[in-house]
Structures are given as C-alpha cells and as structure tokens.
Write a protein that binds this ligand. Structure first.
Ligand code: NAD
Ligand code: DAU
Length: 350
C-alpha cells in the first residue's frame, strides 16, 4: 500500500501517521502537510527516520500540485485529515475554511479520480470528518449516521460541504470513499487553542480560564489514540460508501470538565486544592455556540468491533502529564503568532 495521509503534522494526523508507520512497516506512508500554525513536525520526531515514512510540504488548495503529486506517487489509499479545524478562527476568518476544507478536499477527490479511473479495486479515499456537521442536540438523544446535517459555524458548514462532496464523488463517479464523523478529541500534541490544552497552559501560567457563556455546553470527549485506532479499523474493514460515527460515550458539561481539570492540575503542580478554580472567568459566549454533541457509535462498535480503550480520568491524567513534561513544545507553540491570536480572541470579552 502507498498511503497519502493529509494533515499528518497536526494533532490527530500525527497520531494516525505514527500508528500506521509503526504498525504497517510494509506500507509506504506519505504525510502531506502545509505546516500552518497548527502543523508541527516536532509531533513526529520519533518516527521521522523510519524507512516507510516520507514528509511532503504542500498545500491541498493548489490543484495542480496535488494532481502532479498523485501522478508521481500513484497512491492507492488516501486518509484525508488536513483542515482548518478551530471553530473560533472560522468565525473570525471563514475564507481559509472554505479554501482548505472545501476546495482542498475537491482537489484531492479530483486527483484520486483521475489516477484511479480505470480501476477502483483496492483503492480507498477516506475522509475524516466531525460530529459538528449534525448541528446541536438538546438534553436528549444522540447523533447517528442518519441524523440530518445542520451545521452552524463556518467550520462545521465547510466540513459538511466536504462530506457532501465526498459522497457525491462516490454516487456520481463510483469513487471508493468512506467517511467517519468523530466527537471532540483530547490528548498530547493538541494545539492550545482548543479547550483542554488552552486551559492546561493557562493554569500552568496562572492566567484566567475563559469559559464561554455559562459553561453549560456539553461535549463527548475521546482520547486521540482511540480515534487513531478507529481510523485504522475503518480504513481496513469499513465498507465503501458508508459513514461511521466515532465517539467516546463520555459526555461532559464544560464547567464540570474544567473543575476536574483544575483539581488534577492543582495536585500535579503541588498547589493548594481550589487554587486553579479561582482562575475561572465567565466571558461572552461563542457566536452560534452549539449546546450539546453526543455520538452514537453503535454501528462502528457492532459492525467493525471498535471501542474506546481509556476511561476519561485516565486519559486526562495522561494528557496533563504529557503537557507538564513537554513545556518546551508548549512554549514553542505559544510564542509569536499565538500571543497575537490570544489577544484578539480573548481581550474585551471578560
Ligand atoms: P489540526 O488543526 O491540529 O491539524 C490540521 C493539520 O492540517 C495541520 O497539520 C495543518 O498544517 C494541516 N493543514 C491545514 N491546512 C492545510 C492545507 N491547505 N494543506 C495541507 N495541510 C493543511 O486539526 P486536528 O484537530 O488534528 O483535526 C484533523 C481532522 O480531524 C480535521 O479534518 C478535523 O475536522 C477532524 N476532526 C477533529 C476533531 C477534534 O476534536 N480535533 C474531531 C473530529 C474531527
Ligand atoms: O466535535 C468535534 C469538534 O471538536 C472538532 O470537529 C473541532 O475541530 C474541534 O475543535 C472541537 O470543536 P469544539 O468547538 O467543540 O472544541 P473547543 O475545544 O474549541 O471547545 C470545546 C468547548 O469549550 C466548547 O463548548 C467551547 C468551550 N470553550 C472553548 C474555548 C477554546 C470555552 O468555554 N472557552 C474556550 O476558551
């Protein structure tokens, strides 16, 4: 197999690349990444010298570059993770999301279609998507694979659009595709713009913890390594044309999760019980903030035999331990442009 993984220098992508490179020494794994603010080759230091791994620096929005790359390497599998992934950034700058998430996905679909058109056998275009395409739930119910799409942010709308295009290429051109929609991931190497690593970094630095609205929104958290193993299972055993939901069956109201995180951090940092909770600051809510996400992953569990391996408390401790042991990584990604982003995103909202 010659597999192209896009966005492999990012948070989830780096875990997928590591899993595939280590588990399948006979596969050739190509990691294509633009190295935006969210892409970081430090995430892959441990595998960069492996003989079955190649990094390619490039932009999926450049259609000619993508077609040439497929012509040259004749990939027979694609696992597409490259995306602009942060909801808040999509509110302040939607166009980047339209370009990368929609145009970039179509460029990859076109390139795969062009080189595979004479023989679709043993080929697969696997598109990684999000539960946010389904919209927002109230207190009851779960997202299933049949839940109608109802995205609310420019990010989720761009992901929904790319999902529709992937299905359209399967329906119209018979391109062998599969899609998975996953809930919120957490774990090592996540960029500190997302809730858990941002709050870990702020607690370390005794900075305020900016909770949107009343902190009552609910997310279903999955350890990133469990997402990577689900992607492995779906890539190898998923049925062409199908969609699989991936979730942690692990719902947390933001404020409850934040209080647990504060307790864990106080203990690890040797601070007084309750010290970090004092940093909690309620700020203006995110525009169009979805109330609740919760995934029903029965199909994946029953048909393909996957299930999450970690309890949340264990995963959270592992995550905190990793950030505390990797302050250099954290300091590198929070210098420069991050400071500007942080000021723009959070000043005037308290
Ligand atoms: P991330 O922001 O950490 O990483 C995205 C990666 O894509 C980065 O390495 C970046 O450099 C690269 N990239 C961005 N634009 C590119 C372009 N134009 N060309 C090539 N590379 C580009 O994202 P993540 O959290 O790891 O998410 C990965 C995928 O999983 C995304 O498609 C996202 O929608 C999806 N997803 C994420 C979550 C989550 O909780 N983080 C949950 C479900 C699904
Ligand atoms: O559900 C899957 C999605 O999960 C992925 O598709 C996205 O790529 C990923 O970013 C994530 O989206 P969320 O918007 O749910 O994640 P985020 O970490 O930004 O926020 C989680 C919750 O915490 C959400 O209700 C907003 C809240 N929040 C977030 C930040 C960054 C705060 O209260 N304060 C904050 O500063």
């Amino acid at each position: 197999m010659k597999i192209l993984i896009t966005g492999g220098a990012g948070f989830i992508g780096s875990h997928v690349v590591r899993l595939f490179v280590n588990k399948y020494p006979n596969y050739e794994i190509y990691n294509l990444d633009k190295l935006t603010y969210a892409g970081n080759l430090e995430n892959l230091k441990d595998i960069e010298e492996k003989p079955n791994y190649t990094f390619i620096h490039g932009d999926i929005v450049d259609g000619d570059f993508i077609q040439n790359l497929f012509n040259e390497h004749k990939f027979n599998g694609v696992i597409h993770l490259a995306a602009e992934s942060h909801v808040d950034r999509s509110i302040s700058n939607p166009m980047e999301f339209i370009q990368t998430n929609i145009v970039g996905t179509v460029n990859l679909l076109n390139a795969a279609k062009a080189i595979w058109k004479d023989n679709f056998e043993n080929k697969l275009f696997y598109h990684i998507s999000t539960d946010e395409v389904y919209g927002s739930l109230n207190d009851e119910g779960f997202f299933t694979e049949e839940t109608p799409y109802s995205p609310h942010s420019p990010y989720s709308a761009s992901k929904a659009s790319s999902d529709h295009l992937v299905r359209a290429y399967n329906d119209t051109f018979d391109l062998p595709t599969v899609i998975s929609n996953c809930s919120n991931n957490y774990g090592q190497n996540q960029f500190p713009e997302k809730l858990i690593p941002l709050f870990i970094n702020n607690i370390i630095n005794k900075k305020s913890l900016p909770v949107y609205g009343k902190g009552i929104n609910v997310r279903d958290w999955l350890y990133v390594v469990d997402h990577a193993t689900a992607i492995d299972v779906i890539f190898h055993k998923g049925k062409v044309g199908e969609t699989y939901n991936i979730g942690g069956n692990n719902e947390w109201k933001n404020i409850d999760l934040i209080k647990v995180l504060c307790k864990v951090m106080d203990k690890k940092l040797g601070r007084e019980v309750g010290e970090s909770e004092k940093l909690i600051t309620y700020i203006v809510d995110r525009a169009g903030h979805d109330l609740r996400y919760a995934i029903d992953s029965t199909k994946l569990q029953k048909e393909l035999g996957w299930k999450p391996s970690l309890q949340f408390e264990e995963g959270l401790e592992k995550t905190v331990d990793w950030y505390l042991a990797n302050t250099e990584w954290l300091n590198n990604v929070t210098s420069g442009a991050y400071k500007e982003y942080y000021l723009k995103q959070y000043s005037q909202k308290e």
